[in-house]
Design a protein around this ligand. Structure first.
Ligand SMILES: Nc1ncnc2c1ncn2[C@@H]1O[C@H](COP(=O)(O)OP(=O)(O)OP(=O)(O)O)[C@@H](O)[C@H]1O
Length: 428
């Protein structure tokens, strides 16, 4: 496939500070590439290097096989258009005139606007939803409106390559989707090569077929969204803890920040009282967040993968024994759970329903009569027993015979109760 833009080991410094530290790009014609990376990793500088806004110190940039520096400005403007990060315009022209400026490389000196230019601009204004702004002055527009006008002006250049630096940073959620939808449309219909810089990992994952993850002036990872947007890569590059799920509609990765793990200002209590939770079906998710927030070291199991409690445990980074859904928990998983219970100072049994698949999660409590336990008793066990009284029989045995059981009706009382137990433990 034809290479539209290529760089060979390019380097660039601002005042002797090396910013771009050797980058090789091979961008195919008609591709849609997203450059991502943390603040100051060099994304905008790279974009400026490949658009001749800044000339590289070392290495070469080729646009359609020709060295970038050999293009004159008019030739380059017909081939490549740039939507910069800062879309402020110095002169207060109206929207129509601003977009028409994009036709400038095609106009001969002294010849006025051609019918064709007018037609192209009108089409682009329709595509970008800027027609209604036609007579407004550019400096009277909102940030988002101005951004769409600047994108329209770039499209009016009818380029082969479109470079955009954070094209949706000023846009509301509706226009974010619309602009990326428009870019995808132009990419697919007209084979326009598009390179965007963005901080929006999810929009990039959704629309760009290739991602370049920059770290400190170098490419850290490149490829499709599934390979680039991994929890490990994001932790290494952004130093952020995220959870990557799959967008159920597009099948693309979806990145969620885990606030609890990234909050430097959070009161880190780091208690020394270990709590193991047995739950399922989303019966524990609320109190898991509360316990984590209180600083209790937590473990949980055995949970079905995909269950709401499993999701919460993952988000909080809790040590979890997990099992595939719809099949009975195996001896191996039970054993892992056993080990975690052994290490815990307290076990909490949530008011989960029991079936054949998870009965082992209840039975295991019989093995630990000496361990402090909190059992939620608000929901009658008979109502949660889907195996003809088997679960109820075990539950009743535990609450009758086990002296370390505390029955709790209200989940809201949980923290208070645990604090009491923790204090008793410390006094011993
Ligand atoms: N004109 C300049 N003069 C000197 N240093 C600059 C200049 N422009 C950028 N830098 C520095 O170069 C580094 C890379 O900046 P750049 O704007 O390329 O990063 P970025 O990845 O686009 O960041 P952001 O995500 O914050 O927009 C930063 O440390 C920045 O301070």
């Amino acid at each position: 496939m034809k290479i539209m833009l290529k760089t060979d080991n390019i380097k660039f410094s601002y005042n002797k500070t090396n910013i771009i530290k050797g980058i090789d790009l091979n961008i195919k014609k008609g591709s849609f590439v997203g450059i991502i990376g943390p603040n100051a990793s060099g994304k905008s500088t790279l974009l400026k290097n490949i658009s001749k806004t800044l000339t590289v110190d070392q290495g070469k940039v080729y646009l359609d096989k020709k060295v970038l520096n050999d293009y004159n400005s008019m030739e380059l403007a017909k081939k490549m258009a740039v939507v910069p990060q800062n879309t402020e315009v110095n002169f207060n022209f109206n929207v129509y005139d601003i977009i028409m400026m994009g036709r400038h490389p095609y106009q001969k000196r002294w010849s006025g606007l051609k019918q064709e230019d007018k037609k192209i601009v009108k089409n682009i204004m329709e595509l970008t939803d800027t027609l209604k702004l036609k007579n407004k002055l550019i400096n009277e527009l909102s940030g988002g409106e101005r951004q769409r006008v600047i994108i329209a002006r770039a499209l009016a250049q009818d380029p082969d390559v479109l470079l955009l630096d954070e094209p949706t940073s000023n846009l509301d959620i509706n226009y974010q989707g619309e602009i990326y939808g428009l870019l995808k449309h132009l990419n697919q219909k007209f084979n326009l090569t598009i390179i965007t810089v963005s901080h929006d990992l999810n929009l990039t994952a959704q629309y760009c077929e290739e991602l370049l993850l920059l770290k400190n002036g170098k490419i850290f990872a490149a490829g499709n969204a599934e390979n680039v947007l991994t929890e490990k890569n994001i932790k290494r590059v952004y130093k952020a803890e995220v959870l990557i799920k799959t967008n159920p509609i597009s099948g693309k990765p979806f990145v969620t920040l885990i606030p609890e793990k990234n909050d430097k200002y959070k009161n880190q209590k780091n208690k020394d009282f270990k709590v193991h939770v047995i739950a399922g079906g989303g019966t524990a998710q609320k109190f898991l967040y509360k316990l984590d927030n209180e600083g209790y070291p937590l473990s949980i199991g055995v949970l079905n993968i995909g269950d709401a409690d499993w999701q919460a445990a993952k988000e909080l980074g809790i040590e979890t024994v997990e099992a595939p859904p719809f099949i009975e928990i195996t001896e191996k998983e039970i054993n892992k759970n056993r080990k975690l219970i052994k290490k815990a100072d307290l076990v909490i049994l949530s008011d989960l329903p029991f079936g054949h698949g998870n009965l082992a999660n209840l039975k295991i409590l019989l093995e630990f009569p000496e361990k402090k336990k909190i059992l939620f008793s608000n929901l009658n066990i008979e109502k949660r027993d889907y195996i003809k009284g088997k679960a109820a029989a075990i539950w009743n045995k535990i609450i009758i015979e086990d002296e370390n059981v505390i029955l709790l009706k209200e989940k809201d009382d949980l923290i208070k109760k645990i604090n009491e137990l923790e204090n008793m433990e410390m006094e011993r």
